[in-house]
Design a protein. Structure first.
Length: 67
């Protein structure tokens, strides 16, 4: 899957560069590192919402059991 994201103002684009290694394709995501990275950029993560969102949008997320 690919998508185009336009980010303004800079340097928020670096968030995605730093996030990529934390969510490898063949391994579970490094959740503590993701949360620390998000905090450095002033982001809030609501991980408790992931199961509901995955079901609502028919997503398969690593680490979550399929419905």
């Amino acid at each position: 899957m690919r998508f185009l994201e336009l980010i303004a103002p800079a340097p928020f684009e670096r968030y995605f560069e730093q996030l990529a290694p934390l969510v490898p394709e063949q391994a579970p995501p490094d959740v503590p590192a993701i949360l620390a990275l998000a905090a450095r950029y002033g982001l809030e993560m609501h991980l408790d919402d992931l199961p509901r969102l995955a079901q609502q949008y028919r997503l398969t997320l690593p680490g979550l059991p399929p419905e």
